[in-house]
Design a protein around this ligand. Sequence first.
Ligand SMILES: Nc1ncnc2c1ncn2[C@@H]1O[C@H](COP(=O)(O)OP(=O)(O)OP(=O)(O)O)[C@@H](O)[C@H]1O
Length: 755
Amino acid sequence: MTEMDLSGPPVEAPEEKTADVVDITTKRPAPPAPEPASTTALVAPAEPEETAVGAVKPGEWEAELPDTEDPEAEGLTEGGDVDPPREVYPPSISEWMEVRDKARQPVFPEWVKLPDQRKAVRKWAVRHYSAMLGYHAWRLPCVYTPKLLAYSPRGAWRWSSAVGRWVFDAEGRALRLASVLDEDAGTYLKLSRQRDNRVRMRSVIASVASLVGLTVALLLWVMAPTWVLALALTTLTTGLGLAGAPTDQPLIDRAKVTFRKRRLSSDIVIRAHEVAKLTDKGQTIAFPRPIGRDGDGWRVVVDLPYGKHFEDAVKAHDRLASGMDIAPTQLFMDKDETSGRRVSYWIADRDPLAVPSGKSPLLGATRVDFWKPFPWGVDERGNPVMVTMLWLSLLVGAVPRQGKTFSARTIALAAALDPYVRLIVFDGKASPDWRSFTKVAHRIGFGIVPRDGFDPVMRLIDALMELKADVEDRYHRLSELPLHICPEGKLTPEISRDKKLNMPLTLVVVDEVQEYLQHPTHGKVILDLLVYLVRVAPAVGVSVLISTQKPDDTACPSVLRDQHQARFSLRVGSWQVSDVVLGAGSYSEGLDASKLLKSHKGVGLLKGMSDDSGIVRTYLANGRDADAILTRARALREAEGTLTGDAAGEESTSRSADVILDDVAAVLGRSEDKVWSETVVDRLAEYNEAVYGEWAELEGRAKADQLAAALKPYGITTGQVWGKAENGKGANRRGIERQHIIDAITQRNKKRGDS
Ligand SMILES: Nc1ncnc2c1ncn2[C@@H]1O[C@H](COP(=O)(O)OP(=O)(O)OP(=O)(O)O)[C@@H](O)[C@H]1O
């Protein structure tokens, strides 16, 4: 920090804290006594120095800088430019044009130019006006006609009495009465004469009109075709009905509910900023562009007062919504790159996130090219959101039942429809959601509990290790490929589809990853492998998609989370959790997934997939849809000869002779630190009878000996005794400690990784 001498008179802060620095002195008077507590001071008015102390006026502040040794400062006078430019260049023609380009308003509004928006407006117009038409169409015979008929006698009475009053000059009655009361004979006579003349003339007019009217009515009755008669009667009844309608009750019902302040005006926007405390008495907002319609809402661009910025508006989001009399879920904000204080609001007519985005277009797709962006959902305004998993890893986080699995699965379904993409799928919860992927997945596993001799956790470790070796191998091979095949040393669509090269795009999906990461024995190994893959693998075409309902440090450590380039957060409990999923600083950028509602299923905030962050309402593909897509995907793979691994019924080759370690780990309970050898053998026999059935038949010590012999090659001794068993024979029994098994597995895995 610049060391500044603190000086100047103790002046009171001005009422309006504009505190503009009006001038910066390079020369200052003799330094007054320094103030110890701060390092910067705004002192002295811009007045002659001799009048300085006490003569400060609000708004006339200047910063005091220390004396300078700069010889160029010599001769500078107070009030002069501190650092005037040596030469002033006029703007270049391209700069001049760029400024005008930015300032120019588009000839047509955005929605006219964009096909999607045009379609949305057209659809809205058809929906809106057909609904209005239908609304009134059935009310016409059922509500409006009976009402008109009911009101028409009163209308006839009102009309005839109005004619009577006109004929007999009722409007002059008050004046005549007044002249009688005033005993003003002259005026009365004048008014009476005038009335007599009027009544005479109006009676004639009324008689003629009645005669004509009656004749026309008679003629119509006798001669006119029925439709003319009906039209005349309808017109007459309608006229009389309208005349007889009560003034306080509308005859026609409203087809649309008038929402409060539905039409947005600049006054409402200004008021919202006032209540949100984004403006003060001195400064209000400006509108660089007129308020206009944009899709199913309003587009408002405002310039906040100087000194306020986008983050201030984000913090005041809820208060702004309240000031505009709308729900917070209807207000969306965008940064404007031209100015830090410019904010673009989109105010939706209704909560757009509660509107389902509909079925996934993948249902109608015969195949997908995973090298190209594919449709994942729509944004808040219904524009399609295309995503790609190339060169990145994605973290999905949310509270349960918000659509985490469905949104991740839609991406995996797109990958499945590209027959050249290898899929590795593990679901920590063993839910039915991922079962259909057995049709196409190269490696697949469900849950964490071993079943039928199959340990899904070990299976995951094997798959990840296999992948790690593959990734390292890819790096070597890509750099060794001839230039005409691999010009940039990077994976290309051609290389990835060349079966001989065996480097297909690969998508690894681990749903509910916290289940694996919290595994008592293997959690650490899985974490290390995933961190490696998320960090290193995307560059050679292996992308990782991880989802979790517990993004906290215990369940999904930051060392793994932070490696993800792309993040997707559906609803979470608080803005802090939202920041954990989306990355620190997201909240201040306006991204807060805790603002999403429970009803916003499948809706989340996407960050890092492209330059833009924003809302995605993901498309829905339910279980049946997923199954249909995967059946098609399997057929595709069979036709292309790309069905491999588990889906093709191939045995995994990575199960090694030291499988005993994994099997023992699989039968140890989460909270068991030490287990008797006989118990372990019995459990092993239950777990995999074919292998360990014979061990269980051994008697007494032989069981423990068998286990000891099997574990000896890994340096695990079972001779240890740790207390008495219930039968008092504990001192002679042997058992194993979990930690020994974990250590042996870690060492084994390390060796495998190194090789
Ligand atoms: N895009 C979507 N559109 C509409 N509804 C959706 C969408 N995605 C998910 N849902 C609804 O949300 C429900 C929960 O989805 P999902 O199982 O993916 O949630 P989850 O967050 O994975 O839950 P859990 O953590 O319990 O597994 C689904 O049954 C479905 O009805």
